[in-house]
Design a protein around this ligand. Structure first.
Ligand code: PLP
Length: 362
């Protein structure tokens, strides 16, 4: 059967590699001779144990994760981490937050439930269209950690250099830039992300956490399920994990390895983003909304300046097979999310379509 696939620019859940989807489909009824689908098998079975162990090993290889970091496959989405982080890390009940968008703000507000969350920088003054200078932040001496959202999905900004945390533990939400380029894991205490953008199906959140941050000493009242130690001690099998989702993530890790790893995928992402940004920079109709040096490789917001034209563009683009280009409901305009699995042809064809639209409407 030939499928009628669209170019899907959704911010998440988002496009996954076709190869991965096809392989998963071919294994749906009988995974490697087990006679069942991965979603039907016990998470304690030998065959599943290999799936989750291989997934972890491949992720470790891709990201070059040192041995003193644990990899946890958890549930509850990235939003659950907004609470789990303070519950587990706020020993002094104090933490510094850099507020660069709605997701950072949500994490900041959640942390306030548990202790003193201090906003040490923000880009709210210009609708989060840039990354603030983080070279000399007023971080309280006794802050337990410094929190960032490394790539801001809604606004399309990305930290190109990490903030100077002045020796404090760095915690980063990388949901929308996960595995899009190499990272130096040793610079972070915690890196976490929901996988439903670059890595797999919604329902899995991956937490990479330095071992010394995993302790019994959580805030009073922390539910068992929200303790990192419980999950770390059980290798993510304390309870039934999001088993099928982890299996798909594992396939995406293998796909990334085949593509040449994170340096290669970064190169491809830069090439892809350049096609779109170069067009935005020359277009008389479409304009990027982000300060150039802070532009994300993954999420590209743009506007025409007219709400009416924006709506017309989104509709005509969808009719032509370029879907989910509407900007986030809180900011309007357009946003093209061009995650790892978006082929460059998708971006080139989108730009060609934008050129035509500009001719007719400019
Ligand atoms: N953080 C970032 C950067 C996001 O883009 C999102 C969702 O889109 C979230 C957190 C929230 O993720 P979840 O829906 O998995 O809780």
């Amino acid at each position: 059967k030939e499928y009628n696939r669209v170019y899907n620019f959704s911010a998440g859940p988002a496009v996954l590699p076709e190869e991965v989807l096809k392989e998963a489909a071919s294994e749906m009824l009988d995974y490697e001779g087990s006679g069942m689908s991965v979603m039907e098998m016990s998470h304690r079975s030998k065959v599943y144990d290999k799936i989750i162990k291989d997934a972890e090993a491949d992720l470790r290889e891709l990201m070059n994760i040192p041995d003193n970091y644990k990899v946890l496959f958890l549930q509850g989405g990235a939003s659950q981490q907004f609470a789990m982080i303070p519950m587990n890390l706020m020993k002094n009940r104090k933490a510094a937050y850099i507020v660069t968008g709605q997701w950072a703000k949500k994490a900041f507000q959640e942390a306030k439930i548990y202790g003193e969350a201090v906003e040490v920088a923000s880009s709210a003054d210009k609708t989060f269209s840039y990354i603030p200078d983080c070279s000399d932040l007023p971080i309280p001496e006794d802050a337990d950690y410094v929190y960032i959202c490394e790539n801001n999905t809604i606004y399309g900004t990305k930290f190109k250099t990490l903030p100077d945390t002045k020796g404090h533990t760095l915690v980063a939400d990388v949901s929308s830039c996960f595995l899009s380029e190499p990272v130096d894991v040793t610079k972070y205490g915690v890196i976490y992300g929901g996988v439903q953008k670059n890595v797999g199906p919604a329902g899995v959140v991956i937490v990479i956490i330095r071992e010394d941050l995993i302790t019994e000493d959580t805030l009073p009242g922390t539910p068992t399920m929200l303790k990192y130690k419980i999950h770390a001690d059980a290798d993510s099998l304390y309870n039934t994990p999001p088993a099928y989702g982890i299996y798909i993530c594992g396939k995406v890790f293998k796909w990334l390895k085949k593509m040449g790893g994170l340096s290669a995928i970064k190169e491809s992402n830069e090439k892809k983003a350049k096609v779109l940004y170069d067009f935005l920079d020359e277009s008389a109709l479409f304009k990027g909304t982000v300060r150039k040096e802070d532009r994300s490789l993954m999420n590209v917001p743009f506007v025409t300046g007219s709400e009416e034209l924006d709506a017309k563009f989104v509709k005509e683009a969808a009719d032509a097979g370029f879907v989910n280009l509407k900007g986030h409901r809180t900011v309007g305009g357009m946003r093209a999310s061009i995650y790892n699995a978006m082929p460059i042809e998708g971006v080139e064809k989108l730009v060609a379509f934008m050129r035509e639209f500009e001719k007719e409407n400019g």
